[in-house]
Ligand binder design. Structure first.
Ligand code: SAM
Length: 272
């Protein structure tokens, strides 16, 4: 959220279609990618796998299961850090992302690290892969909260997974949407309803166009959409803020993280 706010945008809550979300978020990530990688690339690690601002790693979480020899898709893969970790651990990982500039960073790190993640530009709501192609699909703060048409996105994940395959994704913890996106004490007082699903929108003051969108779902909404697509939840991880971790990332900070969860990490298995 606020982490990437360019000049002259105003924040609103209003409904936004899937097409408008995509039209806003692709160019927004293109504009923001250089700063994002410069600011957070070191924390993420070129071959690291971090599930969120708390710094929970897949080495510690272990929600993907053993990826060795598995076909793995990362949706909203950004610069491919997590997918490179999968490659290091023996998996055949692939990336898809809406932003061309994020994918250029992925290519740059492929070359610098010598560990390449084949990646394409596309959207989570129309995955360009045949059915039953992957054993694991995951998103680390990737596409899931940027999508209006969540039914389509989860349906696409179910389609490309093999029976019994694992889907794991991290998103802003649903309870966070009640609070201002502020890392200080001001972000500890609830100001809007947890049940208000109206998307968070940034509007360019000059053009009036939507320039960035995030979609909020409650915990119950996530469980319902997974169940509707034949997934069985096997884990819901709410990472605690680690002792001595003083990094601020947008609205995530120790001040808030010690009191309220900032990230929800779901893992679910498709029916066999
Ligand atoms: C916060 S980054 C996460 C990437 C990576 N896991 C990381 O930690 O840097 C979110 C990514 O989701 C991508 N994204 C947003 N909407 C998307 C969509 N509809 N389909 C695919 N990717 C999308 C953005 O372009 C961006 O690279």
């Amino acid at each position: 959220m606020e982490d990437h706010l360019p000049q002259r945008v105003r924040v609103e809550r209003r409904s936004v279609s899937e097409e408008e979300s995509r039209r806003a978020n692709g160019p927004d990530w293109d504009r923001y990618a250089d700063e994002y990688q410069a600011t957070h690339g070191g924390f993420l690690g070129d071959t690291g796998f971090v599930w969120g601002p708390e710094g929970l790693t897949e080495d510690d979480a272990g929600v993907l299961g053993d990826v060795d020899g598995r076909d793995v898709l990362e949706v909203g893969s950004g610069a491919g850090q997590c997918s490179r970790w999968v490659r290091v651990h023996g998996g055949r990982s692939y990336g898809i992302d809406l932003s061309a500039r994020q994918l250029q960073h992925s290519k740059r790190i492929d070359e610098e690290s010598g560990i390449a993640v084949p990646s394409v530009r596309g959207t989570a709501t129309a995955l360009p892969y045949a059915g039953a192609s992957f054993d694991v699909v995951f998103c680390s703060f990737g596409a899931m909260q940027f999508i209006a048409d969540l039914e389509a996105a989860v349906g696409e994940v179910a389609r490309v997974l093999r029976p019994g395959g694992r889907f794991a994704f991290s998103v802003t913890h649903p309870t966070r949407w009640s609070f201002p996106d502020d890392p200080s004490e001001a972000g500890l007082t609830a100001t809007s309803s947890y049940w208000d699903r109206t998307p968070y929108v940034e509007v360019d003051d000059d053009s009036g166009h939507v320039s960035y969108v995030e979609h909020h779902r409650t915990l119950g909404d996530w469980i319902d959409v997974l169940a509707r697509h034949d997934f069985r939840i096997v884990a819901l991880v709410e990472p605690e803020w680690p002792e001595g971790h003083d990094r601020v990332w947008g609205g995530w900070s120790g001040v808030r993280g010690r009191l309220t969860p900032g990230t929800a990490l779901f893992a679910a298995d498709l029916a066999s």
